[in-house]
Design a protein around this ligand. Structure first.
Ligand SMILES: Cc1ncc(COP(=O)(O)O)c(C=O)c1O
Length: 355
């Protein structure tokens, strides 16, 4: 489904860092931040040790905490809601639009209370959330926006890349993502003041050694990880184009399943290519594909709000439908034409069996 693509270039970059003796956060991190910043319109970027840390630090940097509510989707990876809960604030889980799997702007609007401070939309599977409507709503109701762009490097709307819509945005470099640094995350900040607060939170509240200005963590990225990320970033555009070509082939040729729909002007970067198998038992469908030598994955089988960590009773019908019907097919850049044809043959056979 998703094997990271690592070449001699990444290995050489790591070896150089090893030989330099400078392993922790240093020049490689600084360069990685400045290079990544070019993908988010030049916004100041702060590298951290994971996407989860990035979300958490952004919320803390904006002063989100106890008594605040932050609106999040439930149909996402647990880190989205966890990062809010870890600040002491309450994640308010709302429903998605089934066509895009992303936050429903009308559900967001209905969930706003006097305690709402922010919205944390996820650009799920690499498709930007409905930022035109979400930013409008946030402006009208004086709310902050934290983009969870963990899966959406280089995704955009009308040519504006994700990472530029919110007050903060976080990307993940976990190995299954469209690019990796081993583990890692990047916060894109709207201004240098926010970036400085994130830098302080990342490093025990210190800019100057032993002159701690605030209470902070050690969530630094190492130069080893940054050196991998820098090499991967150079290949990201080419890999993204291949993911998009693979997705186009699948969408043109699959039948009997619901393929991803992309709103006009939106650039989907296909971290996942996710279909819905309506009218089938999804897990049996996946088993049948497996028998035909086709891997698939379920992201996500359970709504975050129902997990033992939250255990909430909420009525989010589209989220429930998505959890029971979604199936992600291989779309990574290493697929060959014959792999794509095999996927199409297998899915169409299973989807149309008995039809
Ligand atoms: C939507 C979403 N948010 C947040 C994260 C957290 O990123 P990380 O695994 O780098 O902490 C992930 C990654 O797995 C994710 O998919």
């Amino acid at each position: 489904m998703a094997k990271p693509s690592i070449s001699w270039r990444e290995r050489l970059a790591v070896d150089r860092v090893m030989r330099s003796g400078n392993l922790a956060q240093g020049i490689q991190v600084k360069e990685f931040e400045s290079e990544f910043s070019q993908t988010v319109g030049g916004r100041p970027c702060v590298a951290v040790n994971s996407g989860t840390s990035g979300l958490h630090l952004s919320l803390l940097a904006a002063g989100i905490g106890k008594g605040d509510e932050v609106i999040v989707p439930s149909f996402t990876f647990a880190a989205t809601g966890n990062s809010v809960a870890l600040t002491g604030a309450t994640p308010v889980f709302v429903d998605i639009d089934l066509e895009t799997f992303n936050l429903s702007p009308s559900a967001v609007e209905a969930a706003i209370t006097p305690r709402t401070r922010a919205i944390q939309p996820v650009h799920l599977y690499g498709l930007p959330a409905n930022m035109p409507q979400i930013t409008k709503l946030a402006a009208e109701r004086d709310l902050l926006i934290f983009e969870d762009a963990a899966q959406a490097h280089l995704a955009s709307i009308e040519g504006i890349s994700v990472g530029q819509f919110g007050n903060f945005a976080t990307f993940s470099f976990y190995p299954t993502k469209n690019m990796t640094s081993g583990e890692g995350g990047m916060i894109a900040c709207e201004n240098s003041k926010s970036a400085r607060t994130c830098q302080l939170l990342r490093n025990q509240g210190m800019e100057k050694r032993y002159e701690n200005e605030m209470i902070g963590f050690n969530t630094r990225m190492t130069d080893i990880h940054a050196s991998i990320g820098r090499v991967q970033l150079k290949k990201l555009e080419k890999w993204t184009a291949k993911r998009q070509a693979n997705a186009s082939f699948l969408t043109e040729n699959l039948s009997g399943v619901i393929t991803p729909s992309v709103p006009i002007g939106f650039r989907h970067v296909y971290h996942q290519y996710t279909i819905r198998v309506e009218g089938h038992n999804r897990d049996q469908f996946a088993d049948e594909l497996f028998k035909r030598g086709i891997g698939s994955g379920v992201y996500y089988p359970k709504p975050t709000h129902t997990l033992p960590s939250f255990r909430l009773k909420l009525d989010l019908p589209n989220t429930q439908i998505a959890c029971s019907q979604v199936l992600s097919l291989p779309v990574h850049p290493k697929l060959r034409q014959r792999d794509l044809e095999k996927i199409v043959r297998g899915v169409n056979e299973v989807a149309n069996a008995g039809a």
